[in-house]
Structures are given as structure tokens and as C-alpha cells.
Ligand binder design. Structure first.
Ligand SMILES: Nc1ncnc2c1ncn2[C@@H]1O[C@H](COP(=O)(O)OP(=O)(O)OP(=O)(O)O)[C@@H](O)[C@H]1O
Length: 225
């Protein structure tokens, strides 16, 4: 929307590991508009996951500024608040709890955010229908197929109605048919709800279906216009 601040505004961000021995982000600048879908590409180890973690407030950079969903990412309290209310995360491996049912897993972020049970139940059924997992909500995750787990993880990531969805190879562990299916659902859900997506991927075909493809190399984003 005109006049709205960008969803992600990153300026001159530096991040290293191992006491500075591994320099990963070297002066990254990035702006992502609200409602945009962006794919982040680059060779393994170039820093895609690190950048997603910095955007979400899971990693804290040595220097530079990070503003996510209109908030400066600073104190621990701000970062927790961001993760509870503004940001959803979906990973290559689903990270669902195997001994809980899919429904129970999906309620975890709702409980953490103090959401209302009835509203959450309505949203759960809407998302489960859209992703095709209604039939297995009451099953334990360990009993589900890989595609069902990943679609379930997508549902869970959207249960706190995040303005920004971050994906770290969200379909990377699936076979080609499931990858295509889950990605189409993901993109459709993000766009139909006016959400913003930033996704790391090695799959150029999937990346090209986002509004913008950014390439990372040597700790920078090459085309962060
Ligand atoms: N907690 C950590 N401690 C030390 N080194 C780390 C840590 N996290 C990441 N790194 C290193 O930082 C570099 C960037 O890692 P990152 O996971 O961000 O890359 P990536 O582009 O997402 O890779 P991939 O495509 O393989 O997932 C790698 O060299 C990695 O080993």
C-alpha cells in the first residue's frame, strides 16, 4: 500500500561467526515491500539462512540496522514479540513434534501468542482445507507422509497470521511432485492473504515464480534494488 513502510528494511548488516573468523554477511542492504514475494538464491553457505534468521530476530548482527514488519529488531523482548505475532517460519525439515497430532502442533504458536481458541480453530480448518491436510489433523505427525508433514508445517507457520512468512528451503526435502504442489499452495496462500514472503531456495524454477529473485554472493545481495 502506498505510504506503508517496507516489510523488511536492512541496512549495512554485518554478521560473522566463530569470533569473526567466518564472515557471512558483509554489508547487506535489502528492502522488501509489503505483499511482495522474494526468492533468495546463492551457493550453499553464502549466508541465506543467516540472513533469514537476522530478519526474524533469531540471529543478531554485529552492526547495521534491521527493521522487520515496521519494528526495529533490537532487544530480546522485541525479537520474541516479532516471532510471536509478526513472523512465520517454515523450514526444509518440517520441525513438527512427532508425538503430537498435527492439530496440537498447530496450536503451539497460538498458545505462545495468547490467541483465542475459537478463532484459531476456524483458521486451522480454513488453512487445513487450503493445504489438503484436513483428513490428518488428528493424526500424530510421525504417521504422516513427507508431503503431509510439510503442508502441516505450512499451516502451523501461518497460525499466528504472520505479516511476513520466511521460508528456508521450505520444499527442499520433498520429491518433485510434492515440491511443486506444496510450493503452489504456499504461494497461493501468501498472495491471497496479502502476506509477504522471503524464501531461500536452490530451485531456480520455483524462485522465478516469486515477484523478485535476489542473488547472494560474497556476503552481499547482488541485485537488492
Ligand atoms: N551458528 C553458526 N556457527 C558457526 N558458523 C555458522 C553458524 N551458522 C552458520 N555458519 C556458517 O555461516 C556460513 C553461512 O551459512 P548459512 O547457513 O547462512 O548458508 P546458506 O546459504 O543458507 O547455506 P545452504 O544453502 O547450504 O543452506 C556457512 O559457512 C556456515 O557454516
Amino acid at each position: 500500500m502506498k505510504g506503508d513502510p517496507d516489510m523488511v528494511e536492512i541496512h549495512d548488516v554485518w554478521k560473522s561467526f566463530d569470533r569473526g573468523r567466518i564472515e557471512v554477511l558483509r554489508g547487506v542492504d535489502l528492502r522488501v515491500r509489503r505483499g511482495e514475494t522474494v526468492a533468495l538464491c546463492g551457493t550453499s553457505g553464502c549466508g541465506k539462512s543467516t540472513l533469514l534468521n537476522v530478519i526474524a530476530g533469531l540471529e543478531y548482527p554485529e552492526s547495521g540496522s534491521v527493521r522487520t514488519a515496521g519494528r526495529m529488531v533490537g532487544s530480546e523482548r522485541e525479537r520474541v514479540d516479532l516471532l510471536r505475532h509478526k513472523v512465520g517460519f517454515v523450514f526444509q525439515l518440517h520441525h513438527l513434534m512427532p508425538d503430537l497430532t498435527l492439530e496440537e502442533n498447530c496450536f503451539v504458536p497460538v498458545i505462545a501468542a495468547g490467541g483465542k481458541r475459537d478463532d484459531a480453530m476456524r483458521l486451522l480448518h480454513e488453512l487445513a482445507e487450503a493445504t489438503g491436510v484436513s483428513h490428518c489433523l488428528k493424526q500424530r505427525v510421525r504417521e504422516l507422509s513427507g508431503g503431509e508433514r510439510q503442508r502441516g508445517a505450512l499451516v502451523r507457520s501461518l497460525m499466528n497470521e504472520p505479516e511476513l512468512l520466511l521460508g528456508d528451503e521450505p520444499t527442499g526435502a520433498l520429491d518433485e511432485a510434492n515440491r511443486e504442489k506444496v510450493f503452489a499452495i504456499l504461494l497461493d496462500l501468501v498472495r491471497s492473504k496479502g502476506r509477504t514472503l522471503v524464501m531461500a531456495t536452490h530451485d531456480l524454477d520455483l524462485a522465478k515464480r516469486c515477484d523478485r529473485v535476489l542473488r547472494m554472493r560474497d556476503g552481499h545481495i547482488l541485485d537488492a534494488a
